[in-house]
Design a protein around this ligand. Structure first.
Ligand SMILES: Nc1ncnc2c1ncn2[C@@H]1O[C@H](COP(=O)(O)OP(=O)(O)OP(=O)(O)O)[C@@H](O)[C@H]1O
Length: 308
């Protein structure tokens, strides 16, 4: 559905993108992760036909971005990381304008706009002025705008940036619906956990190079040795501490108020064994699993040392 072959982009002497090879199958949600300046926007702009690559090729829905840009544009909905909304337009007028740009017949637009607003939970804002909407609502409206021509592919550049936690959750729920509708989605973020739940695959990009790519678990395994674990006990905490401190696979053990944190360098079987030992020692374990910081740690471990 999306494919890049040896894609590169130079801005003068700066290599913003180097030899990027990506393949995203139909119906997949692909998370593009990397710090600021890594090359995510550059890639997305090339795929959206807004920027020409210096070398290599890119295809969307089988169309070549350089040779068949009109077909590519018809196939994608692109949401840039920053987009302006026009003043003095209501939500309805805004979407009607874009529907017109995509040549949707006037007699079909009202029903289309109603459907789109329902999808992005903005039905009650149809007559509100777009510049009066909150940032989260504007992002959802931007998503609705991307969908007016029912594209097969969505390219979303940091859609969650600047949103508060509730707005992020709302956005994520809508993206899940779009995934269920069979859309292929390329979504970028510099925060891995934000994408983890949503994505079938991730690609980690740093300084214009793809440094890890695949299912999240596979990418995490490659960064093995950095599973951050958390263990909580109700009673007999001391026994738990003893077992953990004696286990050679437990590294950097720290006792904190809410439990024990450590890096676990073994596999799943060893993990199960450790839990068994904790229980055998009389610790009443209430939580045994990855710590919520694990995904951040994976990301840091993958990107560590790149270009350093
Ligand atoms: N028009 C331009 N002219 C010169 N350099 C540019 C231009 N656009 C981007 N760059 C540079 O190319 C590199 C990649 O930028 P890009 O915007 O693709 O990164 P990004 O991963 O999207 O980062 P961000 O999260 O900050 O948007 C950066 O070093 C950036 O400064």
């Amino acid at each position: 559905m999306i494919e890049t072959i040896h894609l590169s982009k130079r801005y003068g002497s700066l290599r913003a993108l180097s030899d990027l090879n990506l393949r995203i199958e139909q119906g997949k949600v692909f998370g593009f992760i990397g710090p600021n300046g890594a090359g995510k926007t550059t890639t997305m702009q090339i795929l959206s036909t807004l920027l020409e690559p210096s070398e290599g090729q890119a295809f969307v829905c089988g169309y070549d971005v350089m040779k068949e840009p009109a077909d590519v544009r018809q196939s994608i909905g692109y949401m840039p990381d920053f987009f302006g909304v026009y003043d003095n337009l209501t939500v309805r007028e805004y979407l009607d304008f874009y529907a017109g740009a995509y040549k949707i017949p006037a007699n079909k637009r009202n029903a289309l706009i109603a459907d789109l607003l329902e999808l992005v939970n903005l039905s009650n804002k149809v007559d509100a002025y777009v510049d009066s909407l909150s940032r989260g609502m504007q992002q959802r409206l931007g998503l609705a705008r991307c969908l007016v021509h029912d594209p097969a592919v969505l390219i979303l550049d940091e859609p969650a940036s600047g949103l508060d936690p509730r707005a992020r959750i709302e956005l994520r729920e809508i993206l899940k619906q779009l995934r269920a509708m069979g859309k292929t989605i390329l979504i970028s973020s510099h925060i891995l956990p934000e994408l983890a739940e949503l994505c079938d695959e991730i690609g980690v990009i740093e300084q214009g190079r793809l440094i890890a790519c695949g299912a999240l678990d596979d990418v995490s395994v490659r960064a093995r040795g950095i599973t951050l674990m958390l263990v909580r006990t109700l009673t007999n905490r001391h026994q738990a501490g003893h077992v953990l401190s004696q286990c050679p696979l437990v590294k950097d053990l720290e006792e904190q108020e809410d439990g024990f944190r450590f890096r676990f360098v073994g596999g799943e079987a060893e993990k199960a064994q450790l839990l068994q030992e904790l229980v055998n020692a009389g610790a009443t374990v209430t939580y045994f699993g990855e710590s919520s910081e694990n995904l951040e740690a994976v990301f840091l471990a993958i990107t560590e040392g790149v270009g350093g």
